[in-house]
Write a protein that binds this ligand. Structure first.
Ligand code: AMP
Ligand code: ZN
Length: 460
């Protein structure tokens, strides 16, 4: 498999650090508001990556954080905590508010058939781990204290990972914000003091004073806790490259003396309407619910995202969504006329598809292969359908639901084989492996339910 690595700015061969097991971390949502379709593009990308890794035969252990404290209105340490500000503006309890937006986020993910991460971790549940990390940096003489809080002194540490490509875009970001309380513009906040005389809704005692952790710290502390000091892949949106991810690398490597993550893979930006960017601060955002309210199937939006390469920009238009919906219904119609039980996977087509996907997740070419197959008169329809369902393990368009003649009782042999594999993994106490197989079953349109009589399957 080959993947683009933002560290080297090139497509590189990917092999896991540990046998065929991939440890992957995705920067998750900041739960002060709804996630818009731009955010959801980034999570659809990490889902595509996870499915592609599984398709390549790897087991994936996937962790994602939920930022429920500390993300400032500006990534480079300026402004106010987005969560505290949103809660105050709405007169809400910050803890309850973040729970609601978190739940809505996972609901949207389920709507888009984004597989749930194996581990979901909240920043507020890991304050002790974050304080412990700051203490390690302090012991190494890498921090300083000012009126605002504790900062990392970037002049005192050179990370192992070469940041030259990540930093290229950083200077503009920093000059816009200025240094504020910092000694140097690249320094970043590790712990912020609560404002004097005011009580925040979310604040904690620390060796340095009452306050809250800097935003970058949570991802370092939690990813290393759940995936180890060095893991395989770290993902996020491109906006995270110059500041958030750069700082994650610096602080993590300063503590461990080891490379933090091998591959940094980023999703391209989704824009909407005339605005170049789609961001909550710039206004003009669109939610998945808005798309659904217009009568679209969430899979049409997923299809639309997959027609663009994950790294490139994607301009959302209603016309493009219409096109995606039409294409998807043609695929569904084709499947509805096929009998999966009579079909076999066509090796030539699936290997071409695999080649595209394993070449930096080239879904546009993968989808083009699907269409060539669908239009190939020489291929038996049931074989084509069976092959398209195989492709859907990666695409995640829930196509299995549209195959004709399939009832709850007619579970495809492949799903049954996966269920047997999952049972064996559970018996061997390989729970992460069992969960990964469960995800593969989910991707095929079935839910596994553990009953007292053993596992049962239900159509999703
Ligand atoms: P946030 O909730 O602001 O922390 O963002 C969640 C994720 O969405 C991050 O990985 C961002 O990089 C990503 N993101 C934000 N806006 C967009 C956009 N317009 N297109 C693609 N990804 C985005
Ligand atoms: Zn992060």
């Amino acid at each position: 498999m080959k993947l683009y690595n933002s560290i080297t700015k090139s497509v590189e061969p990917f092999t896991p650090l540990e046998n065929n097991r991939v440890r992957m971390y995705s920067c998750g949502p900041t739960v002060y508001s709804y996630q818009h379709i731009g955010n959801l593009r980034t999570y659809t990308f990490s889902d595509l990556l996870k499915r592609s890794l599984q398709f390549a035969g790897f087991r994936v252990l996937h962790a994602m954080n939920v930022t429920d404290v500390g993300h400032l209105t500006d990534d480079a340490d300026a402004g106010e905590d987005k969560i505290e500000r949103a809660a105050r503006a709405a007169g809400r309890d910050a803890w309850a508010m973040t729970e609601i937006f978190k739940a809505k986020f996972f609901e949207d993910c389920a709507g888009l058939n984004i597989l749930p991460p194996d581990i979901v971790c909240r920043a507020t549940d890991h304050i002790a781990e974050q304080i412990a990390m700051i203490q390690k940096m302090e012991d190494k003489g890498l921090t300083y204290c000012n009126a605002d809080g504790i900062y990392f002194d970037t002049t005192k540490f050179n990370p192992i990972t070469d940041l030259s490509n990540m930093r290229i875009q950083a200077s503009e970001e920093y000059s816009r914000v200025g240094t504020g309380e910092k000694r140097s513009s690249y320094d970043f906040s590790l712990w912020k003091f609560s404002p004097t005389g005011a009580k925040r809704q979310m604040e904690w005692e620390s060796p340095w004073g009452v306050g809250f952790p800097g935003w970058h710290l949570e991802c370092s502390a939690m990813s290393m806790k759940y995936l180890g000091e060095t893991f395989d892949i770290h993902t996020g949106g491109i906006d995270h490259i110059p500041v958030h991810h750069t700082n994650e690398i610096i602080q993590s490597e300063s503590v461990t003396g080891k490379t933090f993550a091998k591959f940094w893979v980023h999703a391209g930006w989704l824009s909407f309407g005339d605005s170049e960017k789609m961001s909550k601060s710039a206004g003009g955002t669109l939610l998945l619910d808005n798309i659904l309210a217009h009568g679209y199937d969430p899979m049409a939006f997923r299809y639309l995202m997959l027609t663009a390469h994950y790294r490139g920009p994607l301009k959302f238009t209603w016309e493009a969504l219409d096109g995606a919906a039409t294409a998807l219904s043609r695929i569904r119609d084709f499947l509805a006329e096929s009998d999966l039980s009579q079909g076999n996977i066509i090796e030539s087509y699936i290997s071409t598809f695999r080649e595209h996907i394993l070449n930096d997740l080239d879904t546009p070419k993968g989808i083009a292969t699907l269409w060539t197959l669908l239009k190939d008169n020489k291929v038996k329809k049931d074989d084509a359908a069976r092959t398209i369902i195989e492709m859907d393990k990666v695409l995640g368009l829930r196509l299995l639901l549209h195959v004709s003649g399939k009832t709850d009782l007619e579970v495809p042999a492949e799903v049954l084989a996966l269920l047997t594999e999952r049972t064996a993994l559970k018996a061997a106490k390989d729970y992460a492996g069992a969960d990964a197989v469960r995800d593969q079953i989910t991707a095929l349109g079935f839910e596994v339910m553990d009953t007292p009589k053993g596992p049962a399957l239900k159509l999703l």
